[in-house]
Ligand binder design. Structure first.
Ligand code: SAH
Ligand code: SF4
Ligand code: F3S
Length: 492
């Protein structure tokens, strides 16, 4: 366990109090809340829990800011760019509040935790609530609305491994993870958190500071949730953790691993596909997970395992505990056990001190790893992280940009080759819904909305079919490919 202080103070500005507990939660008039979410899958899951808790407290939810009495913004701090987008959004809300001073704006999530009560200095903001205080969000909004958009902040403690914060979060998760009324954001699919926080302290990363130390959830709670989701018609669950493969929980003399969870979740009737993200490249938590993939048709043959860099020197500076060769060795093992496994990676370009030679080692790793897909990020110094304290952000943005483009090009070539291998094949996809982009249908040349779905190996497939198929499985014959998308015709 790490013993770093996770303290963000919540101090007294005029009109600011700690935790509000109004006597009556349900408002007399049904107030409406608009929620906007930035950030990763953890945040999306939190947004779903918060939405369910607000509805339970008597609020209505609305897609329109104009109709809303309160706006909740779930925020991300992982890169400066993520925070800049949120600040720009707050700029719009500030403008709106000039005409509607009673509008309550609540900032929740990682940026709320990072910046704490200083966010209240922004003219648009009424409530600041960190990720481990979200069980209080309905009360805070009710309190603020009842007192003419009063300012409130609760980001004081992020030690969510400590009781009773852990109990409150667990109870909140259990109460709101299955929301039969609203249903899932993507039909047929749900996220299930298996662990909170992270202990790794990769030197560039803000997550351990804003999400706190790693805490694994009890296996029974996770599996009960999977069963309830299956009863609600969910077909695919994605188990979430920052280092999900390191999941461990000891209870009744047995230590549970992620592989145990995968096996048990696969026994749940109605659940057809199980995914898990994100995996840390680690010897210790690997082979039994690959065996679970190989032995169960329900465990999707997909691994999201970020390498971050191909240079051993940079990996050391990042506090990642492997070398490029060890990483490639792990991939080789995965492919030996699960031959058709699809692998996705994350990379950071322009880490302080990254030379052309370091960067070329990353390009080389990408070429050898043969990812299906890579997420590439330009290094963004995060205040308070070790790399920010130790090193200046030395690599100019033009160089980061150039490396980003070069790495993307190397990956695109591999993605194109891997996609082409699907030409003429028939794949099973879980349909997500109508594609947001209009695609030209290769079968009739028409430019009309298409369905979009994903294969178990996470390939995006665009094809013709009725929107009612969302949340169902379909079989599609691939007729055309691009690096990131497969196109095809549905086979009835
Ligand atoms: N827990 C996951 C990822 C969490 S953050 C893991 O360990 O893999 C998602 C991705 O954002 C990271 O994989 C990393 O590539 C990127 N990232 C994190 N901090 C960053 C920073 N300061 N600058 C640029 N990219 C960053
Ligand atoms: Fe951040 Fe590293 Fe933890 Fe991932 S493993 S969340 S990159 S500290
Ligand atoms: Fe996720 Fe961003 Fe927080 S990546 S954990 S929402 S900092």
């Amino acid at each position: 366990m790490v013993s770093r202080p996770f303290q963000v103070k919540c101090s007294g500005r005029a009109g600011l109090i700690g935790v509000a507990r109004p006597a009556i939660l349900a408002p007399m008039v049904k107030h409406r809340v608009h929620i906007k979410s930035f950030g990763c899958q953890m945040n999306k899951l939190d947004t779903a829990l918060v939405s369910a808790s607000l509805r339970e407290a008597g609020f209505g939810l609305t897609d329109s800011v104009k109709e809303a009495d309160a706006v909740v913004i779930n925020t991300c701090s992982v890169r400066e760019h993520a925070e800049a987008r949120i600040l720009s959004h707050l700029g719009h809300l500030k403008h709106l509040k000039q005409h509607r001073p009673g509008l309550v704006v609540a900032i929740i999530g990682c940026m709320a935790q990072r910046l704490g009560q200083t966010l209240l200095e922004h003219d648009a903001v009424n409530i600041v609530c960190g990720p481990t205080q979200i069980p209080q969000i309905a009360e805070l909004i009710a309190e603020s609305l009842a007192h003419s958009a009063k300012q409130l902040a609760v980001t004081a403690e992020i030690r969510h491994d400590a009781e009773p914060a852990r109990q409150a979060l667990e109870a909140f998760e259990l109460a709101h993870a299955v929301d039969g009324e609203q249903g899932p954001a993507t039909p047929g699919q749900a996220f299930v958190r298996v662990m909170r926080g992270c202990n790794n302290f990769c030197t560039y990363c803000i997550v351990p500071y804003v999400r706190g130390p790693e805490v694994c959830r009890p296996p029974q709670a996770i599996l009960d949730q999977v069963k309830q989701l299956a009863d609600e018609g969910i077909k695919q669950v994605t188990l979430l953790g920052q280092t999900v493969n390191a999941y461990q929980y000891t209870s009744g003399g047995k230590t549970w691993s992620l592989a145990d969870l995968l096996h048990r979740a696969a026994e749940v009737e109605g659940i057809e596909w199980i995914r898990f993200v994100t995996s840390y490249p680690s010897e210790a938590f690997y082979d039994d997970i690959l065996q679970a993939m190989a032995s169960s048709s329900k465990v999707c043959n997909y691994l999201h395992m970020p390498a971050q860099s191909g240079s051993d020197r940079i990996l050391r500076a990042m506090n990642r505990h492997y070398t490029a060769e060890q990483y490639l060795e792990l991939l080789a093992r995965a492919r030996a056990v699960v031959p058709d496994i699809a692998v996705a990676g994350d990379f950071i370009v322009g880490f302080p001190g990254e030379t052309d030679e370091d960067f070329q080692a990353t390009v080389e790793l990408v070429r050898r790893a043969r990812y299906r897909n890579c997420f590439i990020f330009k290094y963004s110094p995060r205040p308070g992280t070790t790399s920010d304290k130790r090193h200046a952000d030395t690599i100019p943005d033009e160089v980061k940009q150039r490396r980003n483009v070069e790495l993307l090009a190397a990956q695109e070539q591999i993605s194109a080759e891997l996609s082409e291998a699907y030409q003429g094949r028939t794949v099973k996809v879980l349909v997500e819904g109508l594609s947001k982009k209009a695609h030209v249908n290769p079968t009739d040349g028409a430019n009309h909305p298409q369905l979009v779905g994903r294969t178990a190996t996470d390939y995006i497939v665009v094809f013709n079919g009725p929107p009612a198929l969302a949340g169902q499985f379909a079989r599609v014959r691939i007729t055309q490919t691009s690096p990131l998308t497969l196109f095809g015709e549905r086979i009835d």
